[in-house]
Design a binder for this molecule. Structure first.
Ligand code: CTP
Ligand code: CA
Length: 223
């Protein structure tokens, strides 16, 4: 709470931020997940709080600790994350930085699956709810600004622009996670901000600097 500026430009604004991976259980000891340290989402929540926002930080099991001065809601699966996000609404803005697993294992085993010679397990999957698309397409109580992320390879801006249209969010923060960029798992990020005005290319900078710049843009958009 000390980190929250009492009179910053986001004073009185409630913002939901998702961060980290989700874990989709296979059995009591195994899960599937996306790679995500939670660093970028954590930096965004910190930046928004430092501008005075009331932040609800919905986080999967991340490597980095949550920031000071936010309300932390810890979740495991995509379905838990969806429920926590919906429970945190209404909000003035939502920033979905989580690396949500696209699929969950269809029938989670309550018992540990044992290794049996000559027999490999076969996992069936079901699609997880798309939290960003659902919040973006809310008819009642949609946050005024919905921001998604897109970690892409190849034609990053084309993929992210199509993703923005498909999901119905206002902005997409897109980055190139091809191995040769060294972005994935690193401390820096090079992003493109995709909006109805097109694509803005930001220089490569630290993740906190990306977050601070994004928070300034969110403050301007909500004012
Ligand atoms: N997202 C979400 N719920 C999901 C999947 C994704 O809220 N089930 C959000 C992410 O937090 C991110 C954005 O949607 O803000 C884009 O995620 P991404 O995985 O890039 O999009 P997908 O539609 O899953 O497309 P892809 O096939 O590229 O994984
Ligand atoms: Ca995905």
């Amino acid at each position: 709470i000390e980190a929250r500026l009492s009179d910053g430009p986001l004073k009185g604004k409630r913002i939901v931020v998702t961060s980290g991976p989700t874990h989709e259980p296979i059995d009591p000891v195994r899960y599937i997940a996306n790679r995500s340290s939670g660093a970028q989402g954590t930096a965004i929540a910190r930046a928004l709080a430092s501008l005075g926002a009331q932040v609800v930080f919905v986080t999967g099991p991340a490597d980095v600790p949550p920031p000071e001065g936010v309300e932390v809601v810890r979740v495991q699966s995509a379905r838990d994350m969806r429920a926590a996000v919906l429970a945190a609404l209404p909000a003035d803005a939502a920033v979905m930085a989580a690396a949500v697993a696209d699929w969950r294992v269809a029938s989670e085993s309550k018992s540990k699956i044992k290794k049996t010679k000559g027999a490999l397990p076969v996992l069936e999957f079901e699609e997880n709810p798309d939290i960003l698309a659902e919040v973006s397409q809310m008819v009642h109580g949609r946050p005024g600004l919905v921001v998604g992320f897109a970690a892409e390879t190849d034609d990053v801006i084309a993929h992210a622009t199509a993703k923005r249209a498909r999901k119905g969010c206002d902005w997409i923060v897109a980055n190139d996670v091809s191995p040769e960029t060294g972005i994935m798992g690193g401390t820096e990020n090079a992003v493109h901000l995709i909006s109805d005005a097109g694509s803005e290319d930001w220089p490569r900078m630290g993740k906190q600097a990306v977050a601070d710049r994004l928070a300034d843009r969110i403050a301007a958009a909500l004012s």
